[in-house]
Design a protein around this ligand. Structure first.
Ligand code: GLU
Length: 256
């Protein structure tokens, strides 16, 4: 259905409660990406999970500075995260590439075009770009709000047709899901988007920075730019194929 998409995979999708990579989910998402590739859909993955994975891998001696902690966890976890993607893509006969970005790369015209050219050329050569924020150097004003913001910026930069936000919950709910009886809102358009905004809770998972509010704001901006956004549960088998086939899963934000 789509020619070019961004699949943003959240920390709560690729890691489990113990801060380990959820290998089964990651493998499945790679296999589904490979199936999309066979149908000539160009896929750029934006993945979180470096910090979450790194936390489970090192015990810090006496580090209390949260910036230093995040740098160490990210530096360690990114290796594991990326090597796992590479291993699973290799099983599908696909080469993937690591692209690490900071906010600076979108601020300055030269960095912006280097980044765009690099990703376009990876795609042209059938390599799947796997992007994450460069958490090791991204400190203070260089930090993206979260990887959702990074995915949104890449979507505009690369003229994609759609962004799939894969997260730990089923989509945008019609009421606070903790209060029970909440249902997923299947479709949101620019005409009715403001009426749904009040249902959004600020909650986020322990190891990640993004939340439903940022996803919602980005989806709204992308809709205005003519890009479709889906927010769906990344742990559900067949999720990528289903979204690509236009099945009603999660929440779809219709573009202008
Ligand atoms: N870049 C961070 C990581 O890989 C995640 C940032 C976010 O949660 O959006 O762990």
């Amino acid at each position: 259905m789509y020619h070019r998409i961004i699949v943003k995979i959240g920390t709560s999708v690729v890691t489990n409660a113990k801060g380990e990579l959820d290998l089964q989910v990651l493998k499945r998402l790679v296999e589904e990406t490979a199936q999309l590739r066979k149908k000539n859909t160009e896929v750029v993955i934006v993945t979180s999970g470096a910090v979450g994975t790194g936390r489970g891998m090192v015990t810090l001696k006496d580090e209390s500075d949260s910036v230093v902690k995040k740098q160490i966890f990210a530096a360690v976890g990114q290796v594991k995260l990326m090597s796992t993607y590479a291993e699973y893509f290799a099983k599908e006969g696909i080469v993937c590439a690591q692209v690490l970005a900071t906010k600076e790369d979108f601020r300055d015209r030269e960095h912006y075009s280097h980044m765009k050219n690099c990703i376009e050329n990876l795609l042209r050569n059938d390599v799947i770009p796997v992007v994450n924020e460069n958490d090791v150097v991204a400190v203070a004003e260089l930090v993206f709000t979260d990887n959702d913001e990074l995915a949104g910026l890449l979507a505009s930069q690369l003229n994609v047709n759609a962004v799939f936000f894969l997260t730990g919950i089923d989509g945008v709910m019609d009421r606070d899901w903790k209060k029970g009886n909440a249902k997923v809102i299947p479709e949101i358009s620019l005409a009715n988007i403001d009426s749904f905004e009040k249902h959004i809770t600020e909650e986020k998972s322990d190891f990640s920075r993004g939340g439903m509010r940022t996803k919602f704001e980005i989806a709204k901006k992308l809709a205005r730019d003519g890009i479709t956004t889906h927010i769906a549960n990344g742990k559900v088998p067949g999720i990528l194929m289903g979204l690509d086939r236009g099945l009603s899963i999660g929440t779809k934000f219709l573009p202008k």
